[in-house]
Design a protein around this ligand. Structure first.
Ligand code: IMP
Ligand code: MG
Length: 178
């Protein structure tokens, strides 16, 4: 597993510090407000688990699973909901928790979909942002790291369901997928 990673981009310690920082920002911004974190499965599950413990104010969580049609490496922007939220978000403050924003097409669809359900607000927290690749015009209020335009794995991020359990985030050897 570790031998398929050519470069460690963010260590376990760096990730922990960054998640703490984002948690503090969210705690400050939503103090006294009812907040719902919506996690996009599966990639963001570890980020969410750590982030929720770094938030020092009242928070609820829910999960969505979406699949974007396209190849493993490129999403098409056409999104299918595999698992929807359990509860209504009407009148609630929502933060979508994502692992990585690549083209941004998945999040663009999600924001539009959630905004149609009459929430008080919808913001985005993403651990990683691939800046060069962003096609959709969306802003994320909370950002962990900018990430080079490489295929990365670990800390929840997968290639073909593998490598999610790596405690760090690293570049996957192209030999694995070529
Ligand atoms: P987007 O719609 O192009 O922004 O794609 C977002 C989704 O594609 C993410 O939630 C990930 O599941 C997946 N993805 C994009 N880039 C990577 C990567 O480098 N490693 C693993 N998954 C990725
Ligand atoms: Mg994925």
């Amino acid at each position: 597993m570790h031998e398929d990673v050519t470069q460690v981009l963010f260590t376990q310690e760096e990730i922990a510090e960054t998640v703490k920082r984002i948690g503090a920002e969210i705690s400050r911004d939503y103090a006294g407000k009812k907040l719902l974190l919506v996690t996009v499965l599966k990639g963001a599950f570890i980020f969410m688990a750590d982030l929720v413990r770094a938030i020092d104010s009242e928070v609820e969580i829910d999960f969505m699973e979406v699949s974007s049609y396209g190849t493993e490496a490129k999403s098409s922007g056409i999104v299918r909901i595999i698992k929807d939220l359990d509860s209504s978000i009407e009148g609630r403050h929502v933060i979508i928790v994502e692992d990585i924003l690549d083209s941004g097409l998945t999040l663009k669809y999600l924001c539009k979909n959630l905004n149609s359900r009459k929430p008080l607000s919808v913001e985005i927290a993403t651990l990683l942002l691939k800046k060069e690749k962003q096609e959709a015009d969306i802003t994320c209020k909370y950002l962990g790291f900018c990430c080079p335009d490489e295929f990365v794995v670990g800390y929840g991020l997968d290639f073909s369901e593998r490598y999610r359990n790596l405690p760090y985030i690293g570049v996957l050897d192209p030999k694995v997928y070529s």
